[in-house]
Write a protein that binds this ligand. Sequence first.
Ligand code: FE2
Ligand code: FE2
Length: 287
Amino acid sequence: MERLAKIARKLSDASVKRYNSPYEEFQWPDALSLDDWHFSPELISIYGLEEFAALSEAQQKKLAFWETVNFFGLNIHGEKALIGGLAEHLYYMDWSPELSEYLHHFLDEENKHMTVFGTFCHRYGKKVYPDKKLSFPRKYEKGEADFLFFAKVVIFEELVDHYNLAMGKDERLHPLAQHINQYHHNDESRHLAFGRELSKKLFEQWAPTWKPETVAGVQSYLANYMVSTWREYYNPAVYADAGLDNGYALYQKAWDAPVCRAHRQAVSKSCIDYFLENRMMTEAPAV
Ligand SMILES: [Fe+2]
Ligand SMILES: [Fe+2]
């Protein structure tokens, strides 16, 4: 883990330098106007469909607002699971002190992100859309649960970060939405560097000790996890809140539409390539 310890050391130094308080970082207006964009139109889940093109700009902005509440909610649910798993891995087994030190920063940063996303959703959307992920307890081989946890973190964070990076730079957005995306991206770039390195390391360390069916199970589980993560970007409740009819049919249509599939594949490409190169997946997931 020497290389990983060095990376963790560097990332901890960077986290200390960029230490911030979300309470000082953001100004929260009492209300937001739906005359502003809060989500980049091209990233809206049904962008490219005729149903989107048929909307007036005011309707598209309303939909963009609810897509923001959904996207920030996805972050909240992902981070909630993340915080639990990170806490479990503090001072873990024979892991180096540098890893624990960095996990403290990781955990601290995720907790702050949740307060930011939670404030936005509660204050302006008056809700957080519920988490749809289900998990079933089962037995793991040694090292398997650790690997899966960190590999899932990478998948979840890579997809989110694509949106954060794009919207953090999007000057059309209301300054608050733009700032939240930018702020999140700044921390996430460190988390991603760490997550990629640690998941690869854990796979190299443990996969050779697993039964072949465990290795195959892990690989297909991660592919399925990426698909189910993507499905949450399409939410019938969002379409209903935006005043669109037949939310579920729209969800299904968007999921199946070639234009939306092309978007998902482009966004996932670098993450999938990394998993394939390092044998953590054997074929590209059908996103
Ligand atoms: Fe985060
Ligand atoms: Fe993160």
